[in-house]
Design a protein around this ligand. Structure first.
Ligand SMILES: Nc1nc2c(c(=O)[nH]1)N[C@H]1C(S)=C(S)[C@@H](COP(=O)(O)OP(=O)(O)OC[C@H]3O[C@@H](n4cnc5c(=O)[nH]c(N)nc54)[C@H](O)[C@@H]3O)O[C@H]1N2
Ligand SMILES: Nc1nc2c(c(=O)[nH]1)N[C@H]1C(S)=C(S)[C@@H](COP(=O)(O)OP(=O)(O)OC[C@H]3O[C@@H](n4cnc5c(=O)[nH]c(N)nc54)[C@H](O)[C@@H]3O)O[C@H]1N2
Ligand code: SF4
Ligand SMILES: [Mo]
Length: 859
């Protein structure tokens, strides 16, 4: 079977994938991002391309309709709103997961034809602070680094980046480079001890938002110890003395790091010429995000450690096409192709090129303001594409209400049910990964093709086409008359050529003559180019700017809520949630809490906690660990109203934003009250079909044999068998009940035609029983009472919670192997195969080895 060369649809590493219609997925050995590697999410892509749950036809008010009716409805709603209330009464909310072609067309429709800049995207929540920081310092939004720089650096500083889980293939590349050059040093700056610490020589547990103090301290140290490159500064950088004065006025201890640790880090940074500083959400998602970026860039500019092999700042992007979105100008404060809304020559060029009736002349609403305008009734028509703001925006309860308040809402998605789609008047079925063609740009400015290898299902259409179809129905057909994504790409490259007279970093001329069908992964401006190597920046004087950055005042009162990601889930789980392998890693919404805080709150590991803020509430499982510092809680962002009841973490967050970028401070929820959630009963069910639980806490996940659900309830049903049948959605199933076994667990087995369909376990504290055993019995003919015993079948050891998602190796298997002498990650791999496919679980394997081999060693 011939495999199609395409690109992974998840993170910004942008790995090349070889994919086949039968679900075959392999890393592309020729792709310069991954050279054949894939992480657990990439490796499991084959499990996510089925059609279960897909939106396959347009819907109006929940009823399937034909495309013409849906397009008519959307076009009419937008045209009416523009006519009656002006162009700024409508908005698009798009996504860094759109392909460049989709993004370009959406931006063109809103800015050039509707005439408003009200198109913002989830990139506002993602790297807007880096964009603002780059523009302030460089005069342009350039990410100067390349992945090879990471391999050539002598010191890598990771700031607010859990690379091991969020950019796993990049992490693996650094691991390999460090093995090859053991003198390479890695420092991880994060308030949490993450899996990424396993690679680090030092972990600096910075106070939340202590980063400016830390980097201002570094700048002052560099100056005081004569490490500035004054020749470089004089020739290429303005603002140095003011920045220095401000840095010297900062108390670096506000970073929360001891003077001794700071001293060691500063010395290491000072004496290492080849240093790359990698940063992502711990920097960007903050009320001081743009300033954090500024404080980091100041240190690189003052030492001339930028634009050189193995040296420079490196903002790694999260989404597969966050960079493409920046390039086409798809944010409310950009025009197109790195041109500026405020510049009339830029506007004229774009308008002439588009031959458009109008062009926006001022910035539009940024995400938080956009949804606030929705809540205030200012937005009359909203179109959400390829993102799920009812989950991913801070203050998600308010945002959901705001969306519901808009008179007309269209949502383009691949899935029929999402929290945002549930609020729409019209649903538009988009073709998904594997079904559509286009391009994406990864974190190192490399443009790669996504290529279709599956037929388009049902009536789904690629996003660029849906947008063009709406534009055509609105009367703009001539400007949106594309036959293929290649036509759109060609126009985008032609606009780049038309904008060539302006002094921009963006230069796509290398793509002018390429054959789109055969496009190989290519960096702009060209492969051998190094941004800023010649000291040229993009402020009008050709220089870069250092800025005086004031450290924010940090109060340390009360609990704070840090949020982020799990290794094996992608955002709101609409795709990764389909994979039993990926679901097995961490199957429930949880809250990491320090042991001392847990004692204060009165919660133990595995209990449920009720968390409340002024914005909303959630029920989360407590994970007691000193990975988090005292006073700092951490919760992953992934669970939605579709996958859990009462566990949308963003309902707890307020929408405080960075004043320059408008990016919300998603790492620092405040005003929390946490208390034990005491339920009348706790339940676990493994079942063949998707369960329906209406208990206040219910978290569902896919399993290898169907589904599972964890529950907690405040009232007991009158009939447990009926309750089980209702949750399992099997009203007629035969039931077997067992009471009085160990742990006082009430057990109900449901079967049809002699096959186990559901196993339901209820206790008055958390159900203590092997989940894997119950899951393994579903769909088998095990006698019900045997299945209810909660043990694995004969000769089947219980693997425990899955650690290696690719090869399905559980914690029990690993601990046993360590007990039998596998004292290293490599040895574990040999014995159990764990970690030998994508390697994403290696940090966890290392932790298990450390935990479980120590007592033996101490004997
Ligand atoms: N598995 C997985 N991978 C993904 C994604 C996913 O959903 N799942 N999403 C992708 C996307 S869109 C993005 S944007 C990236 C995000 O990638 P990352 O930025 O690496 O991920 P996060 O977990 O959001 O946050 C990173 C770290 O910031 C730390 N942090 C919090 N506050 C501070 C602070 O004040 N200072 C510092 N220095 N650190 C702080 C957190 O403790 C956390 O460990 O991941 C991408 N990759
Ligand atoms: N608390 C907290 N909140 C956060 C973050 C955090 O760290 N903490 N991180 C923020 C960040 S960095 C990001 S990037 C956002 C991400 O948040 P979202 O963008 O809201 O999350 P996704 O689940 O990626 O949403 C993508 C949607 O697009 C759909 N989709 C998939 N493929 C296609 C396609 O080809 N076409 C169309 N039209 N739809 C498609 C999916 O089914 C899904 O519904 O979350 C932000 N929110
Ligand atoms: S690191 Fe993983 S998620 Fe990111 S692009 Fe590569 S395979 Fe996909
Ligand atoms: Mo992101």
């Amino acid at each position: 079977m011939s495999l199609t060369r395409t690109t992974c649809p998840y993170c910004g590493v942008g790995c090349g994938v070889l994919a086949g219609p039968d679900g075959t997925i392999k890393g592309d050995p020729d792709h310069p991002a991954n050279f054949g590697r894939l992480c657990s999410k990439g490796a499991a892509l084959g499990e996510t391309i089925d059609l279960e749950g897909r939106l396959l036809a347009p819907q109006i008010g929940g009823m399937e309709v034909d495309w013409d009716s849906a397009l008519e409805r959307v076009a009419q709603a937008f045209s009416d709103a523009v006519r009656d209330h002006g162009p700024d009464s409508v908005a698009f909310y798009a996504s860094g997961q759109l392909l460049t072609e989709d993004y370009y067309v959406a931006n063109k429709l809103m800015k050039g034809f509707i005439g408003s800049a009200n198109i913002d995207t989830n990139s506002r929540l993602c790297m807007a602070s880096s964009v603002a920081g780059h523009k302030r310092a460089f005069g342009t939004d350039t990410v100067p680094g390349t992945y090879a720089d990471l391999e050539q650096a002598d010191l890598i500083v990771l700031v607010g980046s859990n690379l091991a889980w969020c950019h796993p293939v990049l992490y693996q590349r650094i691991v390999a480079a460090k093995e090859a050059r053991p003198n390479m040093r890695v420092v991880n700056i994060d308030p949490r001890r993450t899996a990424t610490c396993d690679l680090a020589d030092a972990h600096l547990r910075v106070a939340p938002d202590g980063d400016v103090a830390l980097f201002n301290g570094l700048l002052a140290y560099l100056a005081d110890h004569d490490h500035l490159d004054m020749d470089y500064v004089t020739a290429h950088v303005g603002g140095c003395s003011a920045a220095l004065a401000q840095a010297r006025a900062t108390d670096a201890l506000q970073s929360g790091i001891s003077a001794e640790d700071l001293g060691r880090f500063y010395k290491l940074w000072a004496r290492t010429k080849k240093v790359v500083t990698v940063y992502s959400q711990g920097v960007n998602q903050s009320a001081s995000g743009t300033d954090k970026v500024g404080a980091i860039l100041n240190c690189h500019l003052a030492t001339g450690r930028i634009g050189k092999v193995g040296a420079g700042p490196f903002s790694v992007t999260g989404q597969p096409n966050a960079m493409g979105g920046r390039e086409v100008g798809g944010l409310a404060n950009m025009l197109a192709n790195h041109l500026d809304i405020e510049n009339s020559e830029h506007r004229d060029t774009v308008q002439t090129f588009w031959n458009s009736p109008t062009i926006c002349d001022q910035a539009g609403l940024k995400a938080v303001d956009l949804f606030e305008a929705c809540a205030r009734g200012k937005i009359k028509a909203l179109w959400v594409m390829s993102t799920n703001p009812a989950v991913s925006m801070p203050d998600a309860g308010y945002v959901a209400k705001a969306i519901a308040n808009v008179p007309f809402v269209a949502v383009s998605d691949i899935m029929a049910r999402t929290d945002t789609g549930d609020l729409a008047d019209v649903l538009l079925p988009a073709a998904g990964w594997g079904e559509k063609d286009g391009t994406v740009t990864n974190s190192e400015r490399r443009i790669s093709r996504q290529r279709a290898f599956l037929p388009t299902p049902g009536q789904a259409r690629p996003d660029w086409r849906i947008i063009s179809d709406v534009a055509t129905t609105m009367g703009f057909g001539e400007a949106f008359d594309y036959d293929t994504s290649a036509d759109v790409f060609a126009e985008y490259i032609a606009l780049d050529a038309a904008a060539r007279p302006f002094d921009r970093d963006l230069d796509l001329s290398i793509f002018a003559d390429v054959d789109y069908a055969k496009l190989i992964p290519t960096q702009w401006p060209r492969t051998d180019a190094r941004f800023f190597a010649d000291g040229k920046f993009y402020h009008t004087d050709g220089k870069a700017r250092m800025l005086p950055i004031t450290a924010p005042t940090l109060e340390h009162k009360g609990l704070t809520l840090n949020t982020g990601r799990n290794r094996d889930q992608w955002h709101t789980m609409t795709r990764t949630g389909k994979s039993p392998k990926l679901g097995a890693h961490l199957a429930e919404p949880y809250l990491e809490i320090h042991p001392d805080d847990a004692a204060d709150v009165g919660t133990s590991h595995g209990d449920l906690m009720a968390v409340e803020t002024a914005q909303g509430s959630a029920i989360l499982r407590s994970l007691v660990t000193d990975r988090v510092a005292r006073g700092q809680l951490f919760a992953p962002m992934h669970w939605t109203r579709q996958t859990a009841r009462g566990a949308v973490v963003n309902t707890l967050m307020s929408s405080v934003t960075d004043p320059f970028s408008g990016q919300p401070a998603l790492k620092r929820g405040r005003g929390l009250s946490v208390s034990p959630f005491v339920a009348k009963w706790y339940g676990f069910m493994a079942c063949a079909q998707k369960p329906r639980a209406t208990t206040p806490y219910a978290a569902i996940a896919r399993t290898a044999t169907g589904w599972q659900v964890e529950m907690a309830a405040l009232e007991s049903p009158t009939d447990w068998i009926e309750a089980a049948r209702s949750i399992a959605q099997l009203p007629k199933a035969e039931a077997a009940v067992y009471e009085g076994g160990p742990g006082g667990i009430l057990r109900v087995a449901l079967s049809t035609q002699g096959m186990i369909q559901a196993l339901f376990f209820v206790a008055n504290s958390a159900v203590a029983l092997s989940r894997s055993a119950a899951i393994a019995h579903i769909g088998t003919d095990t006698p019900p009472l045997e299945a209810l015993a909660g043990r694995m079948g004969k000769n089947q050891p219980d693997p425990g919670a899955i650690v290696c998602a690719c090869l399905n190796v559980g914690q029990n298997t690993l601990v046993n192997a360590i007990g039998a002498g596998a004292f290293s990650v490599a040895a574990l791999g040999e014995v159990t195969c764990a970690g030998t496919n994508c390697g994403s679980c290696k940090p966890e394997l290392a932790r298990l080895v450390a935990q479980h081999s120590l007592p033996v060693a101490a004997e």
